[in-house]
Design a protein around this ligand. Structure first.
Ligand code: PLP
Length: 505
């Protein structure tokens, strides 16, 4: 417990409630509902029967409600505060999207319904696909991938299928050192050797190093733009030209599309495949493991290999087809049950239509403006990793903490006491002690100013030599700083009752 915290008899600390785990609260036989004994039914499982109780805890309804309400209060969320987690685009989720997704005609859909009863849903998918293609300047989109990483897998499987159709899948995929870990993981899963491209001293792909790696065994390149340092890859058109010259394909990681939506069309840059994270750029909720949605736009060259199914417009309305009008035999197959994350499609389309083209362009402009404001107001006390303006996120390294005894991790933990979720730390890997701050466009100037003031306070505190202030952080949270290795290897999963009040100091 915190040295300065008063010991309570209950173990609660004011509004911060402490209680046993839900399984430890079990009272066998207690229940929230009173159901009649089910009638005996004919066994349809060939004699398979449950051998004993399933082991669910016996709890009343108020116990369950309180337990989960209390847990939710220990969490940080976009709905409670600024969430500067770089690369994740933790923007506000407009409630209009939620309202639309809950309309009975949409919310009560079932994926097994007959096609003639879900024409509106197909039209919605088709309309969203239209706007995705328009915004990216690409001719085709595969809607089913369930997240960014799944979209990368989809794109690389298309690339592999396209090479295989020409008789040789090729062996290497080029990936910048600054890439998100899902990029090399995807290439490796598709059977490729990952060949890392170094960054230059401006935080961009080193074009000469990239060119030196080209060869006829290179299947393609995976490039993020703006990249994970929050910088626009100025040589992107040259990268596209060079990879096409050797017969390879260009995969773009579109996770950072928020910085350029409405301003840049990836199709104009020579991209062959790119995923969008609807849960980042298009404001569908994320965190807590999903659900996400990662549609993949494709060039003419890759479109025939896209996964099935497609929504197509026939003489009698929409229907699902096993190909997009091209050669059905070329598809690499199916990625996912049903048609994709319908609930996310609804929210993303609601977001697009409520913003309009001018609104979406302003999203990108304000996201970039907010990040540059953070950069401008912090550059005298923290250390920007690269000179010059940034895109939608600003990357700091740990130079400003040199000789203070305070690490990037200490600094991040102290932010929790200030009431902020930390920024992304130690990513990208090419910067020492990286801190990647993405304020997003949905924070007001007041909110960004308060955040900046807290960071200035912490940076000055670190430079003042007050290491004790950081060593213990966070001190004001329900749980104090954990030994991260021990917490992962031997987690304490049981509730620790409070020490007897008279034993407290
Ligand atoms: C978020 C992100 C991904 C992965 O997307 P998920 O939807 O989390 O699978 C890939 N690349 C970058 C740069 C990202 O920020």
């Amino acid at each position: 417990m915190a040295g300065n915290a008063k010991q309570t008899h209950s173990g609660h600390r004011g509004l911060d409630m402490d209680e046993p785990l839900i399984f430890e609260q079990d009272a066998p036989g207690r229940t929230g509902v009173d159901l009649a004994e089910p009638p005996a039914v004919q066994d349809r499982l060939g004699g398979l029967a449950r051998r004993g109780p399933v082991g669910l805890p016996g709890l009343s309804e108020p116990q369950v409600v309180r337990h989960f309400a209390r847990l939710s209060r220990m969490n940080y969320a976009i709905d409670t505060g600024l969430y500067p987690l770089g690369s994740c685009t933790m923007k506000h989720n407009p409630r209009l999207n939620e309202k639309v997704a809950r309309l009975p005609g949409l919310g009560d859909l079932h994926p097994m319904q007959p096609e003639e009863t879900v024409q509106g849903a197909f039209e919605l998918i088709d309309t969203l696909a239209h706007w995705i293609k328009t915004l990216t300047g690409m001719p085709a989109v595969a809607m089913s991938p369930a997240a960014g990483a799944h979209g990368e897998l989809c794109g690389l499987m298309c690339i592999r299928a396209a090479h295989e159709a020409k008789g040789n899948p090729r062996a290497r995929v080029l990936v910048p050192e600054s890439a998100h870990g899902t990029n090399p993981a995807t290439a490796a899963m598709c059977g490729y050797t990952v060949d890392a491209i170094p960054a230059d001293d401006r935080g961009r792909v080193d074009l000469a190093a990239f060119e030196a790696k080209l060869g006829d065994d290179v299947a393609g390149v995976m490039l993020t733009n703006p990249n994970t340092c929050g910088l626009f890859e100025n040589d992107i058109v040259k990268v596209a030209d060079r990879i096409h010259e050797i017969g390879g394909y260009f995969y773009a990681d579109g996770a950072n599309f928020n910085a350029i939506v409405g301003r840049v069309r990836p199709g104009d840059l020579g991209i062959d495949a790119m995923h969008l994270n609807l849960h980042k750029t298009f404001s569908t909720p994320h965190g807590g493991g999903g659900p996400g949605s990662g549609p993949v736009v494709l060039s003419e060259a890759l479109a025939p290999y896209a996964p099935v199914p497609f929504v197509v417009h026939g003489p009698d309305g929409f229907r699902l087809a096993e190909h997009a009008g091209g050669d059905a035999a070329k598809t690499f197959g199916r990625m996912k049950g049903f048609h994709g994350q319908m609930g996310m499609f609804i929210r993303a389309l609601s977001y697009m239509l409520s913003h309009g083209s001018d609104g979406l362009r302003q999203v990108a402009e304000d996201a970039v403006l907010n990040a540059n404001y953070v950069l401008a107001r912090l550059q005298d006390v923290m250390s920007p990793a690269y000179p010059g303006p940034c895109m939608h996120e600003v990357l700091f390294d740990d130079h400003f903490l040199k000789d203070t005894g305070v690490s990037t991790l200490d600094f991040a933990k102290a932010m929790i006491d200030e009431g902020y979720h930390p920024m992304t730390v130690y990513f990208p890997l090419i910067v020492h002690g990286a801190m990647l701050v993405e304020p997003t466009e949905t924070e007001s100037k007041d909110s960004v100013d308060r955040f900046i003031d807290s960071l200035r306070y912490l940076a000055e505190k670190a430079k003042s030599g007050d290491t004790a202030f950081f060593e213990q952080a966070p001190e004001l949270t329900p749980r104090r700083r954990l030994d991260e290795t021990r917490a992962a290897r031997s987690p304490v999963l049981r509730w620790q009752p409070p020490p007897a009040a008279d034993a407290a100091e």
